[in-house]
Design a protein around this ligand. Structure first.
Ligand code: MF3
Ligand code: CO
Ligand code: CO
Length: 333
């Protein structure tokens, strides 16, 4: 990366002038703000906050099978192709998920609580006639997952305020007309370190590279192979405990989609399948620990983790991104 001049736009795409943004930290040789600094013996940057009472869903909104009991099942179907009607339903669900995610991401700024983001997600979904799929899925208490810094996945929105320098993954799933759409994006809170920015960009590239190899007749293991190669090339590691998944009338179903290379997995991708790719990439070791809340997964070494997710439909020649939209924050357009 070439160093900008003082009055040029900063290399980090913040839109600020270089002198107002990363100039000082570049010159001091400082590489990361103290709260995300490298090395072992890191301290957590995120601790559990207060979880607010359950939000209600208007009575006219159709709910998935687990909404009352918390237990998924019922119409769970394994690896299958979707019919034409289901496919248009999935397109619709994907686009609503995207709109909700964009609404949430636009609200991310220093000082906002993750609980406030959850309220925004909840309202954005229900005002569009959709059920926020995480709500009471296996007892999950919120409508959105917010995973900050060393939180890998399934962070529960709470009273913690986002701080300048954090990165936060917002993961939106919605259920509408019998179908789920699932997508997530990691965004910076104000100015973030060069390390954080690089991790987020490489994680995005991992998702794109995984999507790129999707076509009928392809091995599922190819997705994990290209993702793992790219992550490792940049000195990062791939989380193994959580995977992508089949999605449709059921939130999570087969196939499971590993983001690391599994040569023994001989399953083939077929036209008409709908599944997610959602790589979680760690800047340190790949291992995770789960908090006592039984949801929040954090990196075992407390190093940063990032994630992006799309829901895909396998077409005759490749993949249609059902949750597609504008580029992520670090790309133009
Ligand atoms: N959206 C997540 C995924 O990508 C799942 C969240 S499940 C929840 O699969 F219960 F934590 F919401
Ligand atoms: Co998913
Ligand atoms: Co998701």
């Amino acid at each position: 990366m070439k160093r900008p001049k003082r009055n040029d736009p900063c290399w980090c795409n913040s839109g600020k002038k270089y002198k107002k943004c990363h100039l000082r930290s570049d010159e001091s040789g400082e590489t990361a703000p103290p709260d995300t600094a490298g090395g072992q013996g890191r301290k957590p940057t995120v601790t559990a906050g207060k979880i607010s009472p359950l939000l209600q869903v208007p009575g006219e909104i159709a709910v998935p099978e687990y909404a009352g009991t918390g237990t998924p099942g019922g119409r769970g179907r394994s690896c299958r192709k979707e019919s034409e009607g289901e496919i248009s339903g999935m397109r619709h669900a994907g686009q609503i998920a995207r709109e909700v995610l964009d609404t949430v991401l636009a609200a991310v700024e220093p000082g906002i609580t993750t609980n406030a983001l959850d309220e925004i997600a909840h309202h954005a979904a229900t005002s569009r006639g959709a059920y926020p799929s995480p709500l009471n899925y296996m007892g999950f208490p919120k409508s959105l997952c917010t995973s900050v810094n060393e939180v890998v996945v399934h962070g529960i929105p709470d009273s913690r305020k986002l701080l300048e320098g954090d990165i936060v993954n917002c993961d939106v799933t919605i259920y509408i007309d019998g179908m789920h759409g699932d997508c997530s994006e990691t965004v910076p809170v104000g100015r973030v370190s060069r390390e954080a920015l690089s991790l987020v960009q490489v994680t995005w590239e991992c998702l794109l590279m995984g999507i790129d190899v999707v076509r009928p007749g392809q091995l599922f293991s190819e997705i994990g192979r290209v993702i793992e190669n790219h992550a490792v090339k940049h000195g990062y590691s791939v989380v193994r405990e959580f995977t992508g998944h089949g999605i449709g009338g059921t939130f999570h179903m087969t196939p499971y989609v590993a983001h690391f290379y599994e040569p023994a997995n001989k399953a083939l991708i077929e036209e008409g399948m709908t599944f997610t790719i959602e790589p979680m990439i760690n800047s340190g070791s790949p291992g995770c620990r789960i908090w006592p809340d039984n949801w929040t997964a954090v990196t075992e070494d407390l190093a940063l983790s990032a994630q992006f997710e799309h829901t895909l439909l396998v077409t005759e020649t490749g993949a249609e991104i059902l949750t597609g939209g504008r580029n992520p924050w670090f790309l133009k357009g």
